[in-house]
Design a protein. Structure first.
Length: 625
C-alpha cells in the first residue's frame, strides 16, 4: 500500500512559509540549555547593569528547568543530573537576587552539588568563570603560556593549530589567566560552602604527555628573540589585537556568547572601564541574541539564521516550491547578502583561496564553515538558472569549498589540515572536541552530497575520489559513521550514505549495505529511530529508547537513497513520521546537535520541520510520483 505523504508535506510547507522573517531568514531558536542564561545573570550583576526584566526572566527560565532531585540536566536521559550545569544554575539564581540559599529548591541543588563532588569537580571552563568572578582561586600557572600567540606557524605547537572554535575562547582566557583577574561586587554570593575541601591555590592535573608538551612550549618561548618581559608584554598586546580585530558589527567577538563573555572580562583586566563603548557594545550584542521560548527569555549561544535559512529553503525547493516563489526568492536574497567577502582565520592554513563561504549566524562575517557553505549553495542552486547574475557568488562558493578539502581527503568545519594529536592531551575536559577540527564524516558526506546532486562535477574527479576513500576508511565496525556536529551515529551515517550514493557509489557496495543493515537493526518497534546524547560521551551508539522526528528522518532519508522500492522498514518509518508530525513532548525538545561532548548540546527548533520535510519529499519523489 502506498502511503500518502502529500498532506504531511503541505502541512510543513505552510508552517515554514508562515514563520519566515521579513528579511527572508528563519530565526528559529538555537537552544543550548541554561548555562548561557546563568552566565548572563552573572555578567549583568558583575557589571552592575540592573536589567531587572531580563534577569528576572532568565532566573524564571532556569528554575523552571530544575529536576525534582534539585539538579539540572543537559538532556532528558542524563542520569541524575549534571554537576557543572547545576552549579551554574545555582550561582546564577543566587546572583539574580530573586532566590536565597534558604529556598528549598536551592537547598536541593546544593545537596546535589555536594553529593557529586562539590565545586572542585566542575569543568575547567566553569572554574575559569568562577575564578574571574572571585569564587575560585586561579591555578599557580595556566598550562598554555600567553606567549603561544607569538610562536611562528613553523613551530609544531602554535596558536593557529587550535581550531577557531577553541582559539577564540582561548584568546581571552590567556589574558585572564596571565593576570589572574577577578572581580566581585557587594551582591556577589559566597559559594565557599560548595567546596568539599579547601587546598589553597588550585592546581591543574597535568598528565605526563602534557608535561612533555608544556616543556616543549617552554623551549619555544625561550627560542623567541627578545627579553622575557618585553615578549610577555608583546604577547598580551597581540592577544588583545586578535580579539579586537574580530569583533562583529553587533559588538560580539566572533558572534559567540562564550568568547564575548570572556572578552568582556579580559578587557576589564586590561584596564577598560565597565562603561567603555567596546564593553557596552558587546553587552548589547549579547542581548541581541536573546530569543523567547515558552514565554521566557533564553540567551542563545549564537543565532542560527543562516543555517536555518539555507536548510529550510533547500527543503522547500526539494518539496517542489518553485525557485521563483516569493518565499524562496527572499530567502536566497538573504543568503546572498551574507556570503563572506573577508579573509578570516581559515586563510592561515589555506593561503591560495579567496573568500566565498557562509557562516552560521546572522552577523557572521569572519568565520565561514563548510557545512553552512554547502547548505547555502544548495539553497541558491536552482535560483542560479533564473538569476544568472548570481553566477559569481556560486563560483566563489564552489572554489572556496574545493580549497578547504583536507589533504587526507575529508572536510572539516572551519579549518584546513588542523589536526594534532597533542590537542587531545590538553588538561581540559573534552579538549580534543573543543580545540581540534579534523575531517569528519558528516562534513565530508554532506559536501559530497552537494557536489553529486547539485553540480556537474565528474564522479572520477580527484576531490571526489579522495573524499570517498576517506569515508570508506572511517566507517565504524558496526556499519555506522560518527557525526561530529549532530547526535551522532545516525547523523554521521545519514550524511555518509547519502553523500557516497550521490557521487556514484553503488547501492550494492558492501559499505552501503553494511550501513543499511545497521540502520535496520536499530529501528524501534514504533517504526521510528532515536539516539541518545550519551552516544557522544561514550563514543558508541546508545539508543534513546524512544523515537524522535529528526532521528527518524535521518535514518529514512538514508534508506530511501539506497532502496529502489519502499521496504517494510521505510514504510514503518514513514508511518511513524506522518503520525508524529504534530506531537509535542520531551522528544521534540531533545538535543540533536552537539558542540562539546558532555558539556554543550543544541536543540534546533527548526529540525522538526526541515528533516521530516526532506525525508517525505524524497519518499514522494522516488516512490509516489
Amino acid at each position: 500500500m502506498t502511503i500518502n505523504t502529500y498532506q504531511g508535506i503541505k502541512w510543513i510547507i505552510e508552517i515554514l512559509k508562515k514563520d519566515q522573517s521579513p528579511n527572508g531568514s528563519w530565526n528559529y531558536p538555537f537552544e543550548t540549555g541554561i548555562s548561557t542564561d546563568a552566565y548572563m545573570i552573572i555578567l549583568l550583576r558583575t557589571l552592575e547593569i540592573n536589567d531587572e526584566d531580563l534577569i528576572r526572566g532568565l532566573a524564571s527560565r532556569i528554575i523552571n528547568k530544575q529536576e525534582k532531585n534539585g539538579a539540572w540536566k543537559l538532556f532528558y536521559d542524563e542520569k541524575d543530573g549534571n554537576l557543572t550545569t547545576t552549579l551554574e544554575a545555582y550561582y546564577g539564581l543566587l546572583y539574580s537576587g530573586y532566590f536565597k540559599k534558604e529556598d528549598p529548591r536551592l537547598k536541593a541543588a546544593k545537596s546535589f552539588i555536594i553529593a557529586h563532588g562539590g565545586m572542585e569537580k566542575v569543568n575547567v571552563f566553569t572554574k575559569i568563570m568562577l575564578a574571574l568572578t572571585g569564587q575560585y582561586k586561579w591555578p599557580a600557572f595556566f598550562p598554555i603560556p600567553i606567549e603561544v600567540i607569538l610562536f611562528p606557524l613553523s613551530f609544531p605547537i602554535n596558536f593557529y593549530q587550535f581550531s577557531v572554535f577553541g582559539r577564540v575562547n582561548l584568546a581571552p582566557i590567556l589574558i585572564l589567566a596571565d593576570k589572574k583577574f577577578r572581580i566581585k561586587t557587594k551582591q556577589c554570593p559566597n559559594l565557599s560552602d560548595l567546596f568539599l575541601k579547601r587546598t589553597g591555590e588550585e592546581e591543574w592535573e597535568i598528565n605526563a604527555e602534557w608535561r612533555s608538551v608544556f616543556s616543549s612550549m617552554e623551549v619555544c618561548v625561550k627560542s623567541l628573540i627578545g627579553l622575557p618581559a618585553q615578549l610577555h608584554s608583546f604577547a598580551i598586546d597581540r592577544v588583545k589585537k586578535y580579539m579586537l580585530e574580530r569583533i562583529e558589527s553587533d559588538g560580539t567577538f566572533y558572534s559567540y556568547y562564550s568568547s564575548t563573555f570572556l572578552m568582556i572580562f579580559a578587557l576589564l583586566s586590561l584596564g577598560y572601564s565597565k562603561n567603555d563603548p567596546l564593553i557596552i557594545n558587546a553587552i548589547n550584542g549579547l542581548k541581541s541574541m536573546k530569543t523567547e521560548i515558552n514565554g521566557l527569555p533564553h540567551m542563545q549561544y549564537t543565532t542560527a539564521n543562516v543555517w536555518n535559512t539555507s536548510l529550510i529553503n533547500s527543503a522547500l525547493q526539494l518539496a517542489e516550491v518553485p525557485p521563483d516563489d516569493p518565499v524562496v526568492k527572499k530567502a536566497n536574497r538573504y543568503l546572498l547578502e551574507r556570503q563572506h567577502h573577508k579573509f578570516g582565520d581559515w586563510v592561515i592554513h589555506n593561503t591560495d583561496s579567496l573568500p566565498g563561504g557562509w557562516g552560521f549566524s546572522d552577523v557572521n562575517t569572519f568565520n565561514p564553515d563548510v557545512d553552512d557553505s554547502t547548505a547555502s549553495l544548495r539553497s541558491i542552486a536552482r535560483g542560479i538558472l533564473i538569476n544568472p547574475q548570481n553566477h559569481m557568488a556560486w563560483d566563489r562558493g564552489i572554489n572556496w569549498l574545493f580549497s578547504m578539502q583536507n589533504d587526507d581527503g575529508g572536510w572539516a568545519s572551519f579549518e584546513k589540515n588542523v589536526k594534532n594529536k597533542w590537542l587531545g592531551l590538553l588538561p581540559i575536559e573534552k579538549g580534543k572536541s573543543m580545540f581540534a577540527d579534523p575531517s569528519s564524516a558528516d562534513l565530508t558526506g554532506r559536501t559530497l552530497e552537494f557536489f553529486g546532486n547539485y553540480t556537474n562535477l565528474p564522479r572520477n574527479h580527484l576531490s571526489v575520489k579522495k573524499a570517498v576513500k576517506w569515508l570508506l576508511r572511517y566507517q565504524e565496525t558496526d556499519g555506522s559513521w560518527y557525526g561530529r556536529w549532530g547526535i551522532c551515529y545516525l547523523y554521521g551515517t545519514w550524511s555518509a550514505v547519502t553523500g557516497l550514493i550521490s557521487v556514484g557509489l553503488s547501492t550494492n557496495h558492501k559499505t552501503i549495505q553494511h550501513a543499511v543493515t545497521w540502520l535496520k537493526s536499530i529501528q524501534n518497534r514504533d517504526g521510528g529511530w532515536g539516539e541518545s546524547c550519551l552516544s557522544d560521551i561514550q563514543n558508541k551508539y546508545v539508543p534513546l529508547g524512544i523515537s524522535t522526528l529528526t532521528d527518524t528522518s535521518w535514518a529514512l532519508d538514508a534508506l530511501i537513497a539506497v532502496e529502489e522500492s519502499p521496504t517494510k522498514e521505510i514504510q514503518r518509518g514513514i508511518t511513524y513520521l506522518l503520525e508524529s508530525l504534530q506531537k509535542e513532548d520531551w522528544t521534540t525538545d531533545y538535543p540533536k546537535g552537539q558542540a562539546m561532548a558532555g558539556g554543550f548540546y543544541v536543540h534546533y527548533h527548526s529540525y522538526r520541520y526541515i528533516f521530516p520535510l526532506q525525508a517525505l519529499s524524497h519518499y514522494h519523489r522516488k516512490y509516489v510520483k
